[in-house]
Structure formats: C-alpha cells, structure tokens
Design a protein around this ligand. Structure first.
Ligand code: FAD
Length: 385
C-alpha cells in the first residue's frame, strides 16, 4: 500500500471562519466565561460554554440538517477545533460527542436514536464518554469482557470499564460489550456497541485521579444495568466494524499535537527577539518547523476524510508523530528556556506552565491508542507485518 498525504491547503472561506471563531473566543474570555491561562477544566464552565458554541452552530457542524447540523465541511470543523484548542477553551462537555460519538450514531444508530439524541448534542445539552478499555483489556480491545446478556426488550450489562474520561459528567456512553464468545476464525467477533444512558440504575462511576491531580477519568461498574434494544448501535456481535472507522476520526485532529502547545507559545512570548541567543533561535525554528509539518499532515488527513477516503494509516502516523512530539515538547522548551535571562517578564509564567505540561505529558502517547499499537497499525498498513 502506498502512503498518501494529499497536499491540501485550507480554502479562503476557512480563514474568514477562523477570524469569526477568534472574535467569539476573545469575547468569551473578555466576558469571563473561561480563563485561557488556567489549564484545569471546570465542568460548570464547560457546560455553559457548550451552549455558547452551540448557538454559533459549531457543534455537529458537519452533520445533516435533519438532525440539527449545518452540513458544513470537515475543513471548517478543523478550523473551529484548532482555534478552540489554541485558546484552551473548555470544550470538554461537547468535544467527544462532536468528534466521534455523533458521527458514529449518524452512521450506525437507529433513526429513532438519531432523532432523539443528535439534536441534543448540537444544542450543547449532552455529553458523551467512550467505554472501550477494561481492567484486563486496553490496547487489545477485542479481549473486552464486560457482558451484555440478552433479556426481554434489551440487555443487562455487567462488568467494568476503566480510564473512562469524563464518565462522571457524561449523559451517555458508547461502549462495547460482550454478547457472544469470540470464534476460532475471528477473535474480533462477539462484541456489540451499545448506547448507554449513564443515569441507568446499576451504573457506578468510581473516580481515578491522574498524576496532575485532576479527576478526569473513572472506573465505571455495571451491575445488572438494563439497556433497551433500541440502543443497539450497528450489528450485534460486530462492533469491530464501527470501532475501526470511529478511531480514524479520533486519531488525526489538531488535539493530537496541541495539548502541550502553550509551553512553546509562552517560550516565544518570553524571548527578547533583539538579544536572543542563537542556539535558542535555532531550537525555536526547529520546533516551529516540526509543528508546521505536523499540521500540514493533520489537515491533509482531514481533507481525505472529507472526501470520503479512509486514511487509517495516515491518521495513525499523525497520532504517533504528533503525540511523541507534544510529549517531548515541555522537555525541549525547558532546555531552550535555559538560554533566557531569568528576570525577563514571562519566564515565571513559562516555568509554571511547564510544571503542568510535564505532568500531563506521559498520558499523551497512551490515550487513544499507544505508540506501539499505532506503529503496529502503520506496519500492517504498509505490508511490513
Ligand atoms: C488520559 C487517558 C484517557 C483515556 N480515556 C479513555 C476513555 O475515555 N475510554 C477508554 O475506553 N479508554 C481510555 N483510555 C485508555 C487507553 O485507551 C488505554 O490505556 C490504552 O488503550 C492502553 O491500554 P492499557 O492501559 O490496558 O495498556 P496495555 O494494553 O496493557 O499496554 C501496556 C503496554 O504494552 C504495550 N502493548 C500492548 N499490546 C501490544 C502489542 N500488541 N504490541 C506492542 N506493544 C503492545 C502498550 O503499547 C503499552 O506500552 C485513556 C487513557 C488515558 C491515559
């Protein structure tokens, strides 16, 4: 298989949209809706912010008008996401639903579920989480064992999911559950994707704190939680079919290289251009060049997704290169900051942010598929294994 990154540039109307998003964000910051200098997400702020973004028509903006969407392009969505991330806007309440749960429902959900749930996502009312990983199956999704046992009218869920981001605030989970054993011919067989209302009796969320001290993910335990038949997504026993396409959307966006970006921005802010050390200037130039290349690759994948292609290997490459780069960034910025005069304004803000970025860096190459797994996908896609 040949690798292909279409050499795409964002069209001019995207620039007009970018200006509109920047204006909106400046007004939101001015109004105190969020503080771009505070890296900790406040869920109350995030819910209020989702309503504001929804009012602009920027949640589900690529989706059919029949479900409340705007039928705008993936490239326009790319621009909106990029500006939100750069401004550190509190997108958590709607981001997962907008990026992957909504598109999954559009593709595989029943008409009744689409009518019921999608307009609520578009209005910024509901939040989603992803129930894939379990205590004994992370990278190996197809070893999942949380069970969905068929009963009259639906299924009873038992078992647990782990590392479930935002489950404690989410209204819904799209999760994979075992409905049949795997077969000798196909070890991916036997998992079913279900839409789970998180308020269903029999579901408990146990918090897990991460090393930066925040409560972002959870263990979710199911004890005889009833899920109606109408909440089936796709085919019984064939969840692997939809998981693959869902992951291509998850892997290639600007969120895969911008999570520690503030370290670079604050370094640039702190530099005194007139007297900067040459080694600092060279290091900065290299980082910006790498960022530019990653962005071109990521935009290219967005363009290929928009034109109906399935750039699974290219998306995996963006995620691998992007997350390894953003993970190393705080360390590389710290090395370059050694060339700054300590009394320059901005150095303290940089040091403080580096503390936070260094603590979140380890997770970047794990969430959404580990580096090793991505490299396996790339190797297989290239016919090397
Ligand atoms: C911040 C964060 C948020 C997350 N949010 C969610 C979420 O919302 N929903 C969800 O379902 N999950 C979530 N996860 C879980 C994440 O997707 C898993 O942690 C990940 O898939 C790895 O699984 P594991 O932790 O069980 O590690 P394991 O799969 O046990 O892997 C351990 C190590 O072995 C390596 N390894 C495993 N298999 C192979 C192989 N075949 N070849 C080579 N190396 C291999 C891995 O790369 C890794 O280094 C999140 C994780 C993090 C860090």
């Amino acid at each position: 298989m040949a690798l292909q990154f279409d050499p795409l540039r964002l069209p001019p109307h995207c620039q007009a949209l970018r200006e509109e998003v920047r204006q909106f964000l400046a007004e939101e910051i001015q109004a105190g809706t969020f503080d771009p200098k505070n890296p900790v997400v406040d869920i109350v702020q995030s819910k209020a912010f989702a309503k504001e973004v929804a009012a602009k028509g920027w949640i589900g903006m690529t989706w059919p008008k029949a479900y409340g969407g705007q039928e705008r392009s993936f490239l326009e969505r790319y621009v909106v996401s990029e500006e939100m991330l750069l401004a550190r806007a509190p997108v958590r309440h709607y981001f997962v639903a907008d990026r992957q749960s909504g598109p999954t429902l559009i593709r595989y959900g029943s008409e009744a579920i689409k009518q019921e749930v999608l307009p609520r996502i578009v209005r910024g009312e509901v939040s989603f989480c992803i129930g894939m990983s379990e205590p004994n199956s992370g990278s190996d999704l197809f070893a999942a064992s949380a069970k969905a046992t068929p009963i009259e009218g639906g299924w009873l869920l038992n078992g647990s999911k782990i590392w479930t981001s935002n489950a404690h605030n989410a209204d819904y989970m799209i999760g994979i559950f075992r409905t049949s054993p795997a077969t000798r011919e196909d070890r991916r067989h036997g998992l079913t994707s279900l839409l789970v209302d998180m308020k269903t009796p029999g579901i408990t969320c146990n918090p897990i704190m991460h090393m930066a001290g925040a409560h972002e993910f959870n263990e979710v335990v199911f004890q005889d939680a009833f899920i109606p038949r109408s909440h089936l997504i796709g085919e019984v026993d064939a969840a692997w079919k939809q998981a693959t396409s869902e992951l291509a959307y998850e892997r290639s966006g600007p969120e895969r290289f911008l999570e520690t970006f503030d370290a670079l921005r604050l370094l640039v802010d702190a530099v005194d251009a007139k007297s900067a050390d040459t080694r600092l200037a060279v290091g900065l130039g290299r980082l910006v060049g790498q960022l530019h290349t990653l962005r071109r690759m990521s935009v290219s994948v967005a363009g290929m997704l928009a034109s109906g292609k399935e750039p699974v290997v290219e998306a995996a490459i963006v995620k691998d290169l992007g997350t390894v780069w953003e993970q190393a960034l705080p360390h590389r910025v710290r090395e370059l900051a050694a060339f700054l005069e300590e009394d320059l304004p901005g150095v303290q803000a940089l040091q403080q942010r580096l503390l936070h970025e260094t603590r979140i860096a380890p997770k970047l190459t794990i969430q959404g598929g580990t580096t090793e797994i991505l490299r396996g996908i790339i190797a297989r896609g290239l016919g090397l294994r």
